[in-house]
Design a protein around this ligand. Structure first.
Ligand code: 8YV
Length: 328
């Protein structure tokens, strides 16, 4: 085992246990006040780091990669999505990119279900009323939402998180439908009693609830375009826990404002941390600040995967979570 300690720049504050272990194993440079790094700071970081540990808030585009010194060999991202990194530019410079797949699946699926429940059963509106001092007591016709049991859930992206959402949703009596780049294995489909739709257009027109769980790639940018949002069955609900860029946010806000879409639960946005002004004004939308994977257990597990990826690289092995291999 190598005792070499690579210069490792960590762009955001991570849980103490992870930072402490990184200090022991690497020449770790930490971000103690947790500010999101400016472009200038990122460029300075890639100029000295052998290993960079970025998060979703760091845009590692081709210019940042071009500014990196020859010592930068590994980008060990803290998170599963890698749409903030220009993978082609990294590959051209022979910089290995890793992520942290698998360890935030259950947390993100839990939050997807929480949003589905919150939107269907109007949890935020109810909580607001209970706190407002305006509640005049129970009434047979107040706070009516939509029953989930017996409804159809259409999952856009049936990877790890989509399947974990499907398992949970079945327990709530929803029937499972999905659209995915590739059809999942027959045994997975059978276990979930899931119906595959090769045509996303066809699926959207028939679902009561839509959950977006696919990664953001050039192929999924605005997958839910203005045209497709218009195809969604009137009165349906939509939740997004993947990336804002997968949905045309302006068109979504429009559909919610006109009421053709009955409600939405969003954890992610097209231009984070900014949220479309119209969405902020609507009361048929539940808005969360990108917290789908935000559990202490999840963050520790993500940090451990980052450490494993760096350590295996330092020891001369191929890090387990190389992103390029996952895309093949
Ligand atoms: C993470 C996420 O918290 O991992 C992802 O892709 O979207 C989040 O849940 C974030 O990306 C950390 O960098």
């Amino acid at each position: 085992m190598s005792t070499r300690k690579p210069v490792t720049v960590v762009t955001r504050k991570l849980p103490d246990a992870i930072e402490t272990r990184m200090m022991e194993l690497f020449q770790a440079q930490l971000n103690l006040d947790d500010h999101a790094m400016t472009r200038g700071e990122l460029i300075a970081a890639v100029g000295k780091a052998e290993v960079l540990v970025p998060t979703v808030t760091d845009r590692i585009d081709k210019d940042v990669i071009a500014a990196s010194g020859p010592q930068l060999k590994l980008i060990a991202s803290f998170g599963t999505g890698v749409d903030h990194i220009d993978l082609a530019a990294a590959q051209a410079r022979e910089i290995v990119v890793t992520n942290t797949p698998g360890v935030l699946t259950d947390d993100t699926a839990d939050m997807t279900m929480a949003l589905i429940l919150a939107v269907a059963r109007r949890i935020n509106a109810g909580e607001k009323l209970a706190r407002s001092g305006e509640w005049r007591g129970w009434s047979p016709t107040s706070m009516l939402g939509a029953r989930l049991t017996g409804k159809r859930l259409g999952i856009v992206g049936m990877g790890r998180i989509g399947q974990a959402v499907a398992r949970r949703a079945r327990a709530f009596g929803l029937s499972i439908h999905y659209h995915n780049r590739k059809r999942v294995y027959p045994d997975v489909e059978a276990a979930l009693e899931a119906t595959y739709w090769e045509s996303l257009d066809q699926m959207l027109a028939r679902m009561d609830v839509i959950a977006v769980t696919c990664p953001h790639t050039p192929a999924t940018y605005h997958l839910l375009s203005s045209r497709r949002i218009k195809l969604i069955k009137p009165g349906a609900l939509l939740v997004n826990t993947s990336r804002g860029e997968v949905i045309d946010e302006g068109a979504l806000a429009q559909a919610l404002a006109s009421g053709t879409l009955a409600g939405a639960g969003l954890d992610v946005y097209e231009h984070e941390p900014a949220i479309h002004k119209k969405l902020l004004e609507l009361d048929n939308v539940v808005l969360l600040p990108h917290m789908g994977s935000a559990t202490l257990e999840g963050r520790l597990a993500m940090g451990e995967r980052v450490i494993i990826n760096i350590k295996t690289w330092v020891d001369g092995h191929r890090p387990p979570d190389r992103v390029i291999e996952q895309l093949l």
